[in-house]
Design a protein around this ligand. Structure first.
Ligand code: NAI
Length: 462
C-alpha cells in the first residue's frame, strides 16, 4: 500500500516514541482506561476522525483509542501546533496522521480532508475547535445548493471554500454521505463548544455532540492550570524576555485568562486584566489584579495576551499605540483575537519560526507570537501531559458513550454525567499523592449524597 500519512520527517519517530513513553507515565487516566477497557475493546468498529493538536499528549490519546479497538485517522487543528516527532511516531505505529508544524492553510484543510478517507468512511469525530465538524456540515449545505460563503471574510474562509469546492468536484455527494454516517462528535474546547450550541439553536446539528470542555475535569484544569504552565513557557521560548517587573495585560478572565494571569504573576510580572463580564471582572479584582481598559494601558504595558475566544480584541489602533518592542500574543483558540490581517502591509522581520517583529508607521515595533495563533502550542509544546490526561480521559469516555450508547442521545449537545467527571479526577489522585477522605454513611446522608458520589449537585460550580 502507498504511504498513508504526511509528516515532516519519519526519522523523528524514535525521539517521538521515547517522549510518548515518558508521557504515558504522566497520563494515569488514559492508562487506566487502557487497563479497564483494553480487553473488551468497546471502540471496535469505531472509525474516528481526529482533528486536534498533534502533540505527544495527543499521541497517547490516539494510542488509547486504538488500544480500545478504534480505527483512527488524524489531522492537527492548528497550523503551528504539531510536534513533528509525535506525528512521526504515531505514523510509524501505523496510524494515518496528516500534520506538519508550519503547514500552510491550504495544507491544513487538505490534511483535514485526508483524515476522513477511511475505506468505509468515518463514524465518529473527535474535534478541537470544531473545524472537522464545520467542514462536513458546510460541505453538506453546499451540496444542498446553499451559497455557504458568499464573500470570504478572511484568507481562511477563502481556503475553506476552495477546499470544499475541490472535494465536491472530485466526489459528488461526499459531504452528505459523511454527515449521514457520523454517529456523533466529542468537542474539546470552549470555542468549538460555542459553535455546537449555535448549531443546536439553529436546528442544524445532525448528530449528538458531547461537550468535553465543560466537564469540570477539563475546563477547570486544562484551561486554567494548563495555561498557568504553558503560557509563560511559550513567551520564554519565543523571546527569552525577562518577565519579572514587566507589565502584562491579560484580556479575558475566564478559565484560560485565570490560568494565564496566574502564569504571568508567577513569573514576576505585574499583571492587569481586561474583562467584559462583571462576574469575571470582580473575580480578577478580588484575585488581586487591576481591572483596566485596554485603551488605558496600551502605551505602557510590555506584554499583551488575549484569552477571550472573541474577535478583534487587540486591534490595529492598539498595536500602533504600543511601546516599542511590546510583545503581543494570543492563547485563545483562533487567531482573530488580534487583528493580524491589518498588519499585512507593514514591515515584517522574521526572527525565527513563529516569532516576527513588525514595524508600525511610527517606526515602533512589536513582537508578534505565532502570527496570533495560540502561542502556548505555537511557541512551546502546549500543556503538560498530566493535565491533558484529565482532558483526554473525558474525550475517550465521550467517544465510548457515543459509539456504544449513541442511540440514547438526541441531536443535541450533552456534557458527561458527574459520576464520570468524578471518576476522571479520581484516576489522577494517586499520581499526585492525594488521599481521598471517605464519608461515613451518616456524613453522606447528612449532606444528601452517597459515600460513592456524586458529591455535588449539577448546579455546583467548583
Ligand atoms: P471563557 O468563556 O471561560 O473565558 C473567556 C472570557 O473572555 C470571558 O470571561 C469573557 O467575558 C471574556 N471576554 C469576551 N470578550 C471580551 C473582551 N472584548 N474583552 C475582555 N474580555 C472579554 O473561555 P475559556 O475557556 O477561558 O477559553 C478562552 C479561549 O481559549 C477559547 O477560544 C478556548 O477555545 C481557548 N482555549 C485555549 C487553550 C490553549 O491551550 N491555548 C486551552 C483551553 C481553551
Amino acid at each position: 500500500m502507498s504511504q498513508d500519512y504526511i509528516v515532516k520527517d519519519i526519522s523523528l519517530a524514535g525521539f517521538g516514541r521515547k517522549e510518548l513513553d515518558i508521557a504515558e507515565t504522566e497520563m494515569p487516566g488514559l492508562m487506566a482506561l487502557r487497563e479497564e477497557y483494553g480487553e473488551a475493546k468497546p471502540l471496535k468498529g469505531a472509525r474516528i476522525v481526529g482533528s486536534l493538536h498533534m502533540t505527544i499528549q495527543t499521541g497517547v490519546l490516539i494510542e488509547t483509542l486504538v488500544a480500545l479497538g478504534a480505527d483512527v485517522r488524524w489531522a492537527s487543528c492548528n497550523i503551528f501546533s504539531t510536534q513533528d516527532h509525535a506525528a512521526a511516531a504515531i505514523a510509524e505505529a501505523g496510524v494515518p496522521v496528516f500534520a506538519i508544524k508550519g503547514q500552510t492553510l491550504e495544507e491544513h484543510w487538505d490534511y483535514l480532508d485526508r483524515s476522513f478517507m477511511f475505506a468505509d468512511g468515518p463514524n465518529l469525530i473527535l474535534d478541537d475547535g470544531g473545524d472537522a465538524t464545520l467542514y462536513i456540515l458546510l460541505g453538506a449545505r453546499a451540496e444542498a445548493g446553499e451559497d455557504i460563503i458568499p464573500v470570504a471574510q478572511s484568507e481562511e474562509e477563502a481556503v475553506i471554500k476552495a477546499q470544499i469546492a475541490k472535494r465536491m468536484a472530485a466526489s459528488p455527494g461526499w459531504f452528505t454521505r459523511m454527515r449521514d454516517q457520523i454517529m456523533g462528535v466529542s468537542e474539546e474546547t470552549t470555542t468549538g463548544v460555542h459553535r455546537l450550541y449555535e448549531l443546536q439553536r439553529d436546528g442544524r446539528l445532525p448528530f449528538p455532540a458531547i461537550n468535553v470542555n465543560d466537564s469540570v475535569t477539563k475546563s477547570k484544569f486544562d484551561n486554567k492550570y494548563g495555561c498557568k504552565e504553558s503560557l509563560v513557557d511559550g513567551i520564554r521560548r519565543a523571546t527569552d524576555t525577562m518577565m519579572a517587573g514587566k507589565v502584562a495585560v491579560v484580556c479575558g478572565y475566564g478559565d484560560v485568562g485565570k490560568g494565564s494571569a496566574a502564569s504571568l504573576r508567577g513569573a514576576g510580572a505585574r499583571v492587569k486584566v481586561t474583562e467584559a463580564d462583571p462576574i469575571c471582572a470582580l473575580q480578577a479584582a478580588m484575585d488581586g489584579f487591576e481591572v483596566v481598559l485596554l485603551e488605558d494601558v496600551v502605551d505602557t504595558a510590555d506584554i499583551f495576551i488575549t484569552t477571550t475566544g472573541n474577535k478583534d480584541i487587540i486591534r490595529i489602533e492598539h498595536m500602533r499605540a504600543m511601546k516599542d518592542m511590546a510583545i503581543v500574543g494570543n492563547i485563545g483558540h483562533f487567531d482573530n483575537e488580534i487583528q493580524v490581517a491589518a498588519l499585512k502591509n507593514h514591515k515584517w522581520t522574521n526572527i525565527k519560526d513563529q516569532v516576527d517583529m513588525i514595524e508600525m508607521p511610527s517606526g515602533s515595533r512589536i513582537i508578534l507570537l505565532s502570527e496570533g495563533r495560540l502561542l502556548n502550542l505555537g511557541n512551546a509544546t502546549g500543556h503538560p501531559s498530566f493535565v491533558m490526561s484529565a482532558s483526554f480521559t473525558n474525550q475517550v469516555l465521550a467517544q465510548i458513550e457515543l459509539f456504544t450508547r449513541g442511540d440514547a442521545y438526541a441531536n443535541e449537545v450533552y456534557v458527561l454525567p458527574k459520576h464520570l467527571d468524578e471518576k476522571v479526577a479520581a484516576l489522577h489522585l494517586a499520581k499526585v499523592g492525594a488521599k481521598l477522605t471517605r464519608l461515613t454513611a451518616e456524613q453522606a446522608a447528612y449532606i444528601g449524597v452517597t459515600p460513592e458520589g456524586p458529591f455535588k449537585p449539577d448546579h455546583y460550580r467548583y
